[in-house]
Design a binder for this molecule. Sequence first.
Ligand SMILES: Nc1ncnc2c1ncn2[C@@H]1O[C@H](COP(=O)(O)OP(=O)(O)O)[C@@H](O)[C@H]1O
Ligand SMILES: [Mg+2]
Length: 308
Amino acid sequence: MGSKYLLTAQELASISGANLSKIKNYFGFENQKNPKLSSAQVHEFMKKSGFKYTCRSLAFINLKGGVGKTTAAITLASRAVQFGFKTCILDLDAQGSATLALDYTLEEDDQIFHNIWQTPKEINNALIEMEENFFLLPSDLENSLLDVSLNNPASQKKAVKGIINELKNLKFDLILIDCPPSLGAAVISSICAVDEIIIPVANDAFSFKGIELTIEEVGEIRSTFGLSRSKTKILSNMVDKRLNLAKEYEQKLKKKFGKYLMPCCIRTSSDFSKALEKRETVFANNRKSNGKMDYDLVARTIFGLGKK
Ligand SMILES: Nc1ncnc2c1ncn2[C@@H]1O[C@H](COP(=O)(O)OP(=O)(O)O)[C@@H](O)[C@H]1O
Ligand SMILES: [Mg+2]
């Protein structure tokens, strides 16, 4: 199993605050200029430096499609793996975009969320190990039956929660849920279960309605189920800084949803479609790119790592 998502010693220096020679020394890589480290090596070093990997669950939700939910989920997941997190993506979208984007093709006896939500212990067998510390619960069209099988509020409250609890037992550090663009059972169940919700938004005139609706629904669902308010963040995506309109939207976003808005954004970039073409994320290659730079900052912001 070759690893695509390794971290360079230099990057580890930047997130840990330790100096490069100390890191090379620690791993016995004194002779290499900028060695690459596995997720487990990064995990070990970060822990030694005092970083705490406490399990977090995040869902990417927007009732609108095409805003970058899947891209955000897989790109952040791959960065988290590089940062040493034992990471799992739950693909709950019947379209299976995250599964496809990570180059996984389902086999006959693979399990998806629809088959296991009633027996969460099965998640252990259902997970596909993409590489060290990088796991996927794949999805296919059968997940669209969820709206029929997971149709009562009590089960909706428990379904995703049950899986997350099991993943905590399995010592995962990060659980990311890629949701479909609807308000079906999978989304309601995710809203009930996760610590944090990230709403990616495209930087255009049609986005505001989507944000408003999503925030409203999240609030209503959490209160209907008697849950405390979740942490909700808006991630501004597809920002084209050359356009005056982009500045206008950014201002509007700040004014209307300022308290939710993340302090960093993702620029429009062809890096994402190029990565998708290769069924990998922007972090699989060594080149510098805007897509990488932006998601690196988003990841550092979310995980509270290294100042930029
Ligand atoms: N910042 C970006 N710049 C350019 N294209 C992007 C960006 N973010 C996402 N995309 C592209 O937009 C399309 C829709 O993104 P996707 O993540 O599938 O959205 P969703 O999951 O919300 O439907 C994909 O082709 C993706 O590669
Ligand atoms: Mg998607």
